[in-house]
Write a protein that binds this ligand. Structure first.
Ligand code: NAP
Length: 265
């Protein structure tokens, strides 16, 4: 059975993407930690769209999780023709004060896990000369962002890694897309790492979309076989402008603005 694998599918953008792909009759393999949410989502998707939806409970902070997922697909006889690396987390605040273990988890989830899953599944796609990988970055992948330093760094990695793989995969007819949402009304900013005064200052003046709006754009970009897409017209405009400016200038301006919002010098 062919299926689309979505990480971080129990909630937020990943869950909305699952609905989009199910509506287009893709069988699904959903990954997250919350089994109750995954089971309920799979049942709802199967009933509504008459597809096969399965899940794997995995904690992607654990370095062994990607291999476990890959081996589980082989055991279940599932061939992944679309891989969507969506699971991610961030943090807001002064880097030196943030919990180091939490900062390293961001790199594990947003980068190391994404690299490992890409490695396992791209090999099979390349052998079959077909398939698509979509990596979810962020608007922050285009700007050095003080007070979200590790998250921004992790998404810059996703960006350059994905650009490079898109070219490496081109001769094998495997599509690789970088998809970048802007601020989205999910639980992302409600985590203990983001739900603080810095998080509010960092996001106070951002344009927002719902997870459903983001997922609709992702589906359109997927169907048009785009290699690059920024979700939301205002975000696309901002991304184009930011590409013209030096990163150090952006960092300086944003740092100043956020300190001002925090009532600091
Ligand atoms: N929301 C935004 O403003 C925004 C903006 C730009 C980019 N993005 C990016 O969009 C992607 C999705 O974010 P979102 O807004 O949908 O976040 P979200 O609402 O917080 O959802 C995160 C998803 O990832 C899963 N997850 C988190 N940690 C995990 C772990 N250790 N192992 C397995 N699964 C894990 C969560 O499920 P469980 O808790 O069940 O594990 C959940 O399904 C992320 O890559 C994020 O960086 C978000």
């Amino acid at each position: 059975m062919n299926a689309t694998l979505i990480t971080g599918a129990s909630d937020g953008i990943g869950k909305a993407i699952a609905f989009q792909f199910a509506a287009k009759k893709h069988n699904l393999l959903l990954v997250a930690r919350n089994e109750e949410k995954l089971a309920a989502l799979c049942a709802a998707l199967q009933l509504k769209y008459k597809i096969t939806a399965q899940y794997i409970v995995a904690d992607l902070y654990k370095p062994e999780a990607p291999l476990f997922i890959y081996e589980e697909t082989i055991k279940r006889g599932i061939s992944i023709n679309v891989l969507i690396n969506n699971a991610g987390k961030g943090s807001s605040g002064e880097f030196y004060q943030n919990d180091l273990a939490g900062e390293l988890e961001i790199i594990q989830l947003n980068d190391s896990c994404l690299v490992a899953l890409s490695h396992y599944f791209l090999k099979d796609m390349i052998a079959k000369k077909s398939g698509t990988m979509i990596n979810i970055a962020s608007m922050i992948a285009f700007i050095a962002s003080p007070y979200m330093a590790v998250y921004a760094g992790s998404k810059h990695f996703v960006k350059t890694f994905t650009y490079a793989l898109a070219e490496e995969c081109r001769p094998y007819h495997v599509k690789v897309m970088l998809f970048s949402p802007g601020l989205t009304t999910s639980n992302f900013m409600n985590t203990k790492e983001n739900n603080n005064e810095w998080g509010k200052a960092v996001t106070s003046d951002s344009n927002t979309q719902t997870p459903e709006q983001v997922a609709v754009e992702l589906m359109t970009a997927f169907e048009k076989k785009k290699a690059f897409w920024v979700s939301g017209s205002k975000n696309r405009f901002f991304q184009k402008i930011s590409a013209l400016l030096p990163q150090r200038f952006i960092a300086k301006t944003m740092g100043k603005q956020k300190r001002k919002q925090m009532g600091l010098n």
